[in-house]
Design a protein around this ligand. Structure first.
Ligand SMILES: [Zn+2]
Length: 71
């Protein structure tokens, strides 16, 4: 099955961060888009938005992120 690439422009609603639950304005890398797959069932997926800054705080520094944020 061919998977369609998600585009942020497909949505006209506001974005809400899955880490802090606040709204996200379009600026720089915001909003970031996350897709979650579990090991038990790989077909269903959950899609969430977040602030680049909240994602950076949540992920250990050992795992560099592609978002361009100042330290
Ligand atoms: Zn946030």
């Amino acid at each position: 099955m061919k998977r369609q690439k998600h585009r942020l422009d497909d949505h006209d609603r506001g974005y809400q961060c899955c880490f802090c639950a606040l709204g996200i304005e379009r600026e720089g890398d915001d909003p970031c888009f996350l897709t979650l797959h579990s090991s038990s069932d790989q077909d269903p997926e959950q899609e969430m938005y977040c602030h680049a800054g909240c994602l950076k705080k949540a992920v250990h520094v050992k795992f560099p992120l592609m978002v361009a944020l100042d330290d």
